[in-house]
Design a protein. Structure first.
Length: 280
């Protein structure tokens, strides 16, 4: 796979009154391959949102290098940054950004209207996208008639309308109940698998990163852990030291191992634990 995102020693400072400045990111380096599902996790105040703004070309680093699909973002003109934001990166935020008095299908069509698509092309594409997020039966419903998870799925379809190279999900489930969170994460993984969409999930819910290809853990403006989910969840005590919760099933397996049972590190699912304990 080709590399779509590469950050090298990224530092971000904010001026808080001359001559003082506050450094938020302290030398972040990471990469994302085309078609990968990458999660960036960390407690509140770890720098996740600042990093998201840089990856999405909403802001520039103070120092370091950022390459997006071969473009040196640091050297790009402001007009080029606007094009990057419009064509290469799609954002899904924790608030749904849907127009209240407009039904689901018209909310999905809206980005294509501004891009000059014909009415028939907009409608066809919008229905395809609603089908992709399993929302065709709610196409004529207003946002107030949808659950939180359904609204977020419509928002994802709207972002996909412009066919970005990569979508960034910034705490997309923060306002949802557990069932809504599962809906949204399931849709994100289906986009990744079925469409080959590069997905960057920014979250503090550790159970949401289990199906990721790769995970970066941030704390106090640094990447403090990185690896595949099983590797990350094999280091329970280290995660706790960085103020991160651990999925209940992983924590249970960890505690059972500490009590003397022969259980491997990095149990990710209930089914895995049942099989290890021969309870199936």
């Amino acid at each position: 796979m080709a590399e779509i995102i590469r950050l090298e020693n990224i530092v971000k400072r904010f001026y808080v009154g001359q001559p003082n400045e506050l450094e938020i990111l302290h030398g972040i380096s990471l990469s994302v391959e085309d078609g990968e599902f990458v999660s960036i996790v960390g407690p509140s105040g770890s720098g996740k949102s600042t990093l998201m703004n840089l990856i999405g070309a909403l802001d520039r680093p103070t120092s370091g290098s950022y390459y997006l699909d071969g473009i040196d973002v640091e050297k790009a003109a402001e007009n080029d940054l606007s094009e990057i934001r419009n064509r290469k990166i799609g954002f899904v935020f924790q608030t749904y950004n849907l127009i209240a008095k407009t039904n689901a299908i018209k909310n999905v069509e809206l980005p294509m209207l501004y891009a000059g698509y014909s009415a028939s092309a907009r409608r066809k594409r919008a229905m395809e996208l609603l089908d992709l997020v399993e929302m065709t039966d709610r196409a004529k419903h207003l946002p107030e008639e949808l659950s939180g998870g359904q609204k977020q799925r419509v928002a994802i379809a709207g972002v996909m309308a412009m066919e970005p190279k990569c979508i960034i999900l910034d705490e997309p489930t923060a306002m949802l109940d557990p069932d809504g969170r599962k809906e949204v994460i399931k849709v994100a993984h289906e986009l990744n698998r079925k469409k080959g969409m590069t997905v960057i999930l920014i979250t503090h819910y550790m159970e949401e990163v289990v199906g990721s290809d790769y995970v970066y853990v941030m704390d106090k403006g640094k990447v403090v852990m990185e690896g595949e989910p099983r590797d990350i969840f094999s280091r329970v005590d280290e995660l706790k030291s960085h103020r991160m919760d651990v999925p209940q099933i992983t924590l249970l397996a960890h505690e059972l191992k500490k009590s003397g049972l022969d259980i491997p590190d990095g149990i990710l699912t209930r089914e895995e634990l049942i099989n290890v304990l021969n309870l199936g």
